[in-house]
Structure formats: structure tokens, C-alpha cells
Write a protein that binds this ligand. Structure first.
Ligand SMILES: Cc1ncc(COP(=O)(O)O)c(C=O)c1O
Length: 334
């Protein structure tokens, strides 16, 4: 199939940019020193490509992602890197030994939820500066003891320094070091082999974790690329020009139901500048000297990859004008 034959809007993955991103990351974080975060792409087909590249341990953000990865035979070492109080869908998977599942805990309630669901392994999630999940580092040892008293294996700690991913270059390394000092302090109390953290924005400065949790690097988006410029934009939306005004603008069928807009407007490739996006439409000012007609196909780069992908059912993997594979976005929803 040719790209031109696709119904629009459609999501495209440039296979060369994707492969280059995988190679770049694997050079610094080979094998299981990288624990790719499935939340960024929600596709077992894409995850399988990473497993083939040696990354056989994964992070997930939802129970559905964990269960879907296990069902796809990608359950060698799955970390639910998020707090969850109802883990019951995972019970049969653990009981049948179909996957190794570790869950993050940051409270007595989440420890209890893990024990109740028959989960065997946990990581203590530590607050390393991002006001989100994670216990106080001073509480980590107590939580680990509690988990062990409930029969859980404590594999170590995790701490996500999400507040530093977009820190300007000059100060990022120093702030990540300070943030990771909190994680190491907690690790000293908790024990275990695993110190998990980091992301695409800190892939080159975080020297303290035993495994990096990056996910966005595979596909990237326009907002993130400034903070990790070694990775390339591999994800595009393909739209069709459905209307053209003599006053200088054109309209694509890629509206905001096609893009996450929380990181700003998408970027129109080579045809003009995005003016605004409404439910079913993207209006762009046609660049001078550009011949844009009704029916033309135009590529658009999203500003935030994770919630853009989760609005689509499939990713079309393209090599130039050829669609070479289709990856279902099978881990959507909860
Ligand atoms: C717990 C956790 N770890 C790691 C990441 C890293 O993701 P990214 O590759 O987008 O920086 C995220 C992203 O939100 C996250 O929530």
C-alpha cells in the first residue's frame, strides 16, 4: 500500500527515524539497562521491535498496558511504574506465571492493593522533586519493611524526575544529580538491585539509575525534540486538504480529535504555518510560492506524542511513499 492510499487522518511512523532513535538510545542504554515506557506508544507491535533490539523489560502506566504486554508474550519483566489500587486484572497473569509483574507502591494502601492482588514484586516509588506520586525518601525504608511483612519481594526503588526533563542544558545535570541523591538515599534504606528512573529528557545526564524509563524517544514530538535533540521526529499525522481559500489559507481534516494540544499547536511540514486547530479542522496559512490544492496530502508533526497516539487505532509504518507495516495501538484505554 502507498501512503497516498491511506484514509486520513492517519498516523505515520517514519521507519528510518524510528530505527535511528532506537539505535541512538541503545548505544547509551543497551539491553535491560533501558526499560522503555509503553505509555508513549501503547502498541505491542512497537514494543516487540524494542524487544528485538534487546530491551525486554518494560514500564507501563496502566493495568491494561501490563495485561496487554503479558498477553502479547512480552511479559519477561513488566513494571507498572504507577500507583494503582485495583490490580485484580493482573492476578490471573501472576498466578499462571505468564509474566513477571512488579508494581510501584508509595503508601500503605498501595502495598495492601499489591498484596491483595497476589502481586509478588514491588518497587518503592520515591518523591524526587516532581509533585506527583512517590513517598518521602525518609519513609521509603518503612514502606519497604511493610511490603516485606506482607510477603512482597522489594526489588528496589524508582523515582521519576519529570520536573527536570525540560530544564535548560546548563543546570540540568546538576539538578538531576540532586534529585537522584534523594533516590539513592531512599535506596540505601530499601535495598534491592533496582534503581529505576529517568526519561528521554535526562537520558544523557542521569548516571545514577540502574535502568532508564524513557519512552518518548522512539517517536518524539516537536515540543520534546528541543530537550533531547539527538532523537528525531518519527511520528506524523497525515491529513488531506479539504478546503482552500483564495485569501491564503488551506484546511486539513486533522482536527484536535487527532492531536493532543496540551503542548501547543502541531507543525505543518513544508506547506505553511498552523493558524489554529478546531474539532475536525486544521487551518494553516499557505507558505508563499507553495502550490496547495484541495485533495493534496500534507504531513503534520504533533506537539505531544503520548496523548496523540492514544487517540488513534493504528500506526502506519512508512518507508518513503510505501506503507511497510501497520502497528495496532492495542494498549489504548484503561
Ligand atoms: C513514571 C515515568 N517514567 C518515565 C517517563 C519518561 O517518559 P519520557 O520518555 O516521555 O521522558 C514518564 C513520562 O511521563 C513517566 O511518567
Amino acid at each position: 500500500m502507498k501512503v497516498h492510499d491511506l484514509r486520513t487522518p492517519a498516523l505515520l511512523v517514519d521507519v528510518h527515524a524510528f530505527d535511528a532513535n532506537v539505535v541512538t538510545m541503545a548505544r547509551r542504554w543497551p539491553g535491560t539497562s533501558l526499560r522503555p515506557h509503553v505509555k508513549a506508544f501503547k502498541s505491542t507491535a512497537l514494543a516487540r521491535r524494542l524487544a528485538e533490539a534487546g530491551h525486554t523489560a518494560f514500564c507501563c502506566a496502566t493495568v491494561k498496558e501490563v495485561a496487554g504486554m503479558a498477553a502479547a508474550g512480552l511479559g519477561e519483566d513488566l513494571l507498572l511504574a504507577n500507583e494503582c489500587l485495583d490490580l485484580s486484572p493482573l492476578t490471573p497473569i501472576v498466578q499462571a506465571d505468564r509474566a513477571r509483574i512488579t508494581v510501584a507502591v508509595d503508601s500503605a494502601e498501595t502495598v495492601e492493593a499489591a498484596a491483595r492482588a497476589g502481586i509478588r514484586d514491588v518497587l518503592v516509588d520515591v518523591d524526587v522533586g516532581l509533585p506527583r506520586c512517590g513517598c518521602d525518601p525518609a519513609d521509603a525504608g518503612r514502606l519497604a519493611d511493610l511490603a516485606r511483612s506482607r510477603g512482597l519481594e522489594v526489588r528496589g526503588v524508582m523515582g521519576y524526575e519529570g520536573h527536570l526533563m525540560r530544564e535548560p542544558g546548563a543546570t540540568k545535570a546538576e539538578l538531576v544529580e540532586r534529585s537522584m541523591a534523594l533516590l539513592l538515599e531512599a535506596h540505601a534504606e530499601v535495598g534491592g538491585d533496582v534503581v529505576s528512573g529517568g526519561g528521554t529528557g535526562t537520558w544523557d545526564v542521569n548516571r545514577w539509575v540502574t535502568e532508564l524509563q524513557a519512552g518518548s524517544y522512539c517517536l518524539m514530538d516537536t515540543e520534546y525534540v528541543a530537550h533531547a535533540p539527538e532523537f528525531r521526529n518519527a511520528l506524523f499525522a497525515l491529513g488531506t486538504v479539504i478546503s482552500r481559500s483564495a485569501k491564503g489559507w488551506a484546511v486539513l481534516d486533522t482536527g484536535l480529535k487527532c492531536f493532543a494540544m496540551d503542548h501547543g499547536n502541531p507543525t505543518v511540514v513544508d506547506a505553511g504555518d498552523c493558524w489554529f486547530v478546531s474539532d475536525e479542522h486544521l487551518t494553516f496559512g499557505v507558505a508563499e510560492g507553495t502550490d496547495v490544492r484541495v485533495g493534496d496530502r500534507v504531513r503534520v508533526l504533533p506537539a505531544h506524542v503520548d496523548p496523540t497516539v492514544s487517540q488513534h487505532e493504528r500506526l502506519h509504518v512508512v518507508d518513503g511513499d510505501e506503507v511497510v507495516e501497520v502497528w495496532e495501538v492495542d494498549l489504548r484505554h484503561w
